[in-house]
Design a protein around this ligand. Structure first.
Ligand code: KG4
Ligand code: ZN
Length: 363
């Protein structure tokens, strides 16, 4: 397996203003990019993000029309900040491209970013590159590029909306080999958190409680079924696991903090084992050169440590996003846009359309 050199290194630096509004984070960054994909260099000139978590907390999840309203309000504010921090003229900034997330995600939220990007395009005379949000998560670990990405790679993309195993054949060829058949794993973390009266988003809190249970006792007291472990495909399922947790809670007379920690641990281990098991099967079937982890659930320390064990077992590098790039952000959108520029895959449509179900396979 050869070390994949990214196509032609560009002879100049490229400055990309990226916009991300697919869910509940409004984010804009200005990223300076240079070099080949084997050793790219990224410099954050300015970056700003407003999270809507506090606003959506009371609904226990993201409310699309509220997200749209907040993005509309926040986009001009963070654009001003980014341009100011970068020392750029707001009427004529020195940038090469605008990149915007066009899907997947909540369509009303996606549209706010797209309309905003197109207005800037008109005003500044710069082209807009539509970017697949999952392509951002897929390549978020390239940002710090500690290790050259050996391709083909197997990517486990795990977020609030997606659970996908993707065979990355090259920087421009991705094949989804497995996906969830119902809930996404991040969504399961959020739903189980709600059952345990924990705040949205549930992932970080469940992870914290589960780690406490593991620190306290070697064996867990709750064991839940591992969904889809025995199937010969690469698919996942999380709705049954959530129901098993619900039934276990209903059987209890009362729940103290230790019981909550033990339930969180039982759930987390049941949710993560199929992810690791199927990643392992894919490594064996496809003979990949590296493992990539991306998406909000990649922040989960138990998942990280299980994948590190797998990467040691097979002698494969594990590419993880830096902690602030695991959940939604604009830097990963700019990185994905740069990869498209270097691999000469920038299709600039007449009109960008939000596609809530945009697939990586469709690229
Ligand atoms: O990628 P992301 O920011 O948004 C989507 O595109 O969905 O992912 C958010 C998801 C939420 O479901 C959140 O609970 C989960 O990522 N998450 C975690 C952790 N941190 C965030 N799940 C498990 N463990 C974590 N530490
Ligand atoms: Zn995401």
């Amino acid at each position: 397996m050869g070390r994949v050199r990214g196509s032609n290194p560009l002879s100049r630096t490229v400055k990309i203003l990226a916009i991300e509004t697919s869910c509940d984070e409004t984010a804009i960054c200005l990223l300076e990019c240079s070099g080949s994909l084997a050793s790219p260099t990224f410099k954050v000139i300015a970056n700003s993000l407003i999270s809507q978590i506090e606003i959506h907390k009371e609904f226990g999840g993201v409310f699309p029309m509220l997200a749209k309203r907040e993005h509309t309000k926040n986009l001009p504010i963070i654009l001003d900040k980014v341009l100011k921090d970068a020392g750029e003229d707001p009427n004529k900034p020195d940038i090469d491209y605008i990149a915007v997330t066009s899907g997947p995600g909540l369509e009303p939220a996606l549209w706010t970013g797209i309309v905003f990007a197109e207005e800037l395009s008109q005003k500044w005379g710069k082209k807009v590159i539509p970017i697949n949000h999952m392509e951002g998560h897929l390549f978020s670990s390239i940002f710090q590029n500690t290790d050259t990405l050996e391709l083909p790679a197997i990517a486990l993309l795990v977020s609030g909306g997606h659970t996908e195993l993707v065979l990355v054949e090259s920087f421009d060829k991705f094949r989804i080999i497995g996906r969830t058949r119902d809930d996404a794993v991040g969504e399961a973390f959020d739903k189980v958190a709600r059952l345990l009266d924990l705040p949205y988003p549930g992932g970080p809190k469940i992870s914290e409680l589960a780690n406490r249970s593991r620190a306290r006792s070697k064996e867990g007291t709750f064991t839940f079924p591992r969904p889809m472990m025995k199937t010969s495909d690469y698919d996942f399922s999380y709705s049954g696991l959530k129901t098993s947790v619900l039934y276990a809670i209903q059987k209890l007379d009362s729940i103290n903090n230790e019981t909550k920690e033990d339930i969180a641990r039982g759930f987390e281990e049941a949710a993560i084992e199929p992810l690791v098991y199927k990643t392992k099967s894919a490594i064996e079937e496809f003979g990949v050169g590296s493992i990539i982890l991306g998406g909000g659930v990649s922040a989960n320390t138990y998942l990280q440590s299980e994948l590190k064990t797998l990467s040691n077992e097979y002698g494969l590098p594990l590419h993880l996003p830096k902690s602030d790039l695991s959940t939604d952000n604009a830097i990963m959108i700019a990185v994905a846009a740069y990869i498209r520029i270097v691999t000469e895959r920038i299709s600039i449509p007449e009109k960008i359309v939000a596609n809530g179900n945009l697939s990586l396979d469709s690229n």
